[in-house]
Ligand binder design. Sequence first.
Ligand SMILES: [Zn+2]
Length: 117
Amino acid sequence: MEDYKEIREQLEQQHKALHRRVSAIRADLRQADAPLDADWSEQAQELENDEVLANIEDVSMSNLEQIEAALSRMDHGHYGECIECGEKISLRRLEALPFVTMCIVCARESERASKSN
Ligand SMILES: [Zn+2]
C-alpha cells in the first residue's frame, strides 16, 4: 500500500489553517451584527466586506469537508482511489490536489458533464 504520510501531513496542516480562518471569519461576522456605522459609505463598505467574508467562509467550509473526507479515506485505506472507476489516482495529481476524489479521466468527464448541463 502507498504511504501517503507527506500528503496526510499536508492535509492536516491545511485543515488546521482553514479551521483558524473560519473561526476568525465567524468572529468577524458576529461583530458585524453590531449597530452599523452612521456614515453610509462606511456602511456599504462593511456590507461588502461581510459578503466577501461569507464567501470565503463558504469556500473554506467546503474545503474543510473535502480535507476531512480525504483524511477519512486515508484511515480506511481508500485514499488515492478514484470514486468513479476505482483506478489509482496518480501520485502527482494527489500531491498537487490532495483532496481530489477522481482520477484525471473521470474528473474531465464529470467536468464536461457539468458544463453541458
Ligand atoms: Zn476514474
